[in-house]
Design a protein around this ligand. Structure first.
Ligand SMILES: [Zn+2]
Length: 144
C-alpha cells in the first residue's frame, strides 16, 4: 500500500456494481466478457464488443508501460493547487495489450523519469470513502 497521490478529500470514484471489483480488490482486476473473451476498461455493465451482459474479472499481472501522460501545471480545482505540477498517465497493461488504465505515477522523482515507454507496476492506496464507509484500494503506478 502507498499513500494516495492526490490530496485527501479529492473526489473519489463513484462506485458501481461493475467497477466495485476494480476499486476495492487491492489487485488489478480487468473486466472480461465470458461470451466473446473481450477485455475492457473501464468496467461497464455490458460488453462494448458484443453487448453481452455476462462479465467476469480476471487478475492482471499489475505491470505495464506508460502509453502516454500529461503533466498538469494549472489546478482545475483549488484543492489541487498544493500538488502542482502533478502527472496523469495512461498505462498499457503488459498482459492485456491495447488495454489502457488511467492513473498517476507516485515516485517522488517522476519529474525526471516519467516518459512514454517507461515500465511501471501497480500499487494501491487505501482510502475510506467518507460518504459510504467503504474501503477502496485505488490503483496508482510506480516506475520500475
Ligand atoms: Zn463480449
Amino acid at each position: 500500500m502507498s499513500t494516495r497521490y492526490l490530496p485527501t478529500g479529492w473526489t473519489l470514484p463513484a462506485i458501481t456494481p461493475w467497477n466495485r471489483p476494480f476499486f476495492t480488490a487491492a489487485q488489478l482486476l480487468i473486466q472480461v466478457c465470458t461470451s466473446c473473451e473481450g477485455a475492457q476498461h473501464p468496467p461497464l455493465d455490458f460488453c462494448h464488443r458484443c453487448q453481452g451482459h455476462d462479465l467476469d474479472y480476471r487478475a492482471a499481472a499489475g505491470t505495464g508501460v506508460i502509453d502516454n501522460f500529461s503533466v498538469v501545471h494549472h489546478a482545475g480545482s483549488a484543492m489541487l493547487k498544493d500538488v502542482l505540477p502533478y502527472n496523469v498517465v495512461l498505462v498499457e497493461l503488459s498482459d492485456f495489450p491495447g488495454l489502457l488504465v488511467l492513473g498517476n505515477v507516485v515516485d517522488e522523482d517522476w519529474h525526471e523519469r516519467l516518459q512514454v515507454g517507461a515500465e511501471v507496476r501497480v500499487e494501491f492506496a487505501e482510502v475510506t470513502d467518507p460518504d459510504t464507509g467503504e474501503l477502496l484500494a485505488l490503483p496508482q503506478w510506480r516506475l520500475s
